[in-house]
Design a protein around this ligand. Structure first.
Ligand code: AP5
Length: 214
């Protein structure tokens, strides 16, 4: 199964993609994570990416398309995958349709997570993750079971994303509304769009998604 989680920054795409990965054995392909790994590597490309990402703008389409083209050819994608953060423009969506056709695959579902802009700012500003294994947490909505200790790997080091500040969030939201939201109509016209209430609690969102894909 191939599916897309579509929604604004902080809508819960990464959270739900992790649930789907664990529950259904699908590969989770997060373009944001891929780009942050390149930034962390300290490469020249990483430095250029960091500038774009910290401005809240989108990275160039051709780079993103070739990144995904290479990634979906890897063996762990054979059973299917969840796209988190891709496509984000019409050009990326059209390229994805073509690259899947070339390998005789297709998208089964595009799931839109609907969340109010005001809630997104609170979600993003409270988000942090384990510096060692990347497990995600939130100051109000998802605390570690033991204060200051990662549930998954026991590390006591946590970090916050450089682009999770009020100014960058505003420009990420603008980019979403201008460049990504039109994909809702694109996938509705293809007959594969379903929307869920992303304002609901995490478990409820997960239940709604399972209701669509199972
Ligand atoms: P990316 O990393 O993809 O960021 P994003 O789309 O802005 O999405 P987020 O990761 O911020 O949010 P999310 O929806 O995954 O929410 P999460 O589950 O963490 O992209 C970063 C940058 O990279 C972009 O700005 C761009 O520059 C570049 N980029 C990436 N892909 C690109 C592409 N294809 N083309 C061009 N450029 C690209 O949840 C947020 C918080 O809320 C968490 O703390 C979570 O615990 C909490 N939460 C989740 N669900 C709920 C719930 N139901 N109730 C309460 N809290 C919840």
């Amino acid at each position: 199964m191939q599916l897309i989680l579509l929604g604004p920054p902080g809508a819960g795409k990464g959270t739900q993609a992790s649930f789907l990965e664990q529950e259904h054995g699908l590969a989770k392909l997060s373009t944001g994570d891929m780009l942050r790994a390149e930034v962390k590597s300290g490469s020249e490309l990483g430095q250029e990416l960091q500038e774009v990402m910290s401005s809240g703008k989108l990275v160039d389409d051709s780079l993103m398309i070739s990144l995904i083209r290479e990634r979906i050819a890897k063996p762990d994608c054979e059973r299917g995958f969840i796209l988190d953060g891709f496509p984000r423009t019409l050009a990326q969506a059209e390229a994805l349709t073509t690259m899947l056709e070339e390998v005789d695959r297709r998208l089964q579902h595009v799931i839109e997570l609907k969340v109010d802009d005001e809630a997104l700012v609170e979600r993003i500003s409270g988000r942090y993750s384990c510096a060692k294994c990347g497990e995600g947490y939130h100051d109000s909505f998802k605390l570690p079971k033991q204060d200051g200790v990662c549930d998954k790997c026991g590390s006591t080091e946590f970090s916050r994303r450089a682009d999770d500040n009020a100014e960058t969030v505003a420009s990420r939201l603008d980019a979403y509304h201008a460049q990504t939201e039109p994909l809702v109509a694109y996938y509705r016209d293809l007959g594969i769009l379903a929307s869920v209430d992303g304002m609901a609690e995490m478990d409820e969102v997960q239940r709604q998604i399972n209701g669509i894909i199972l």
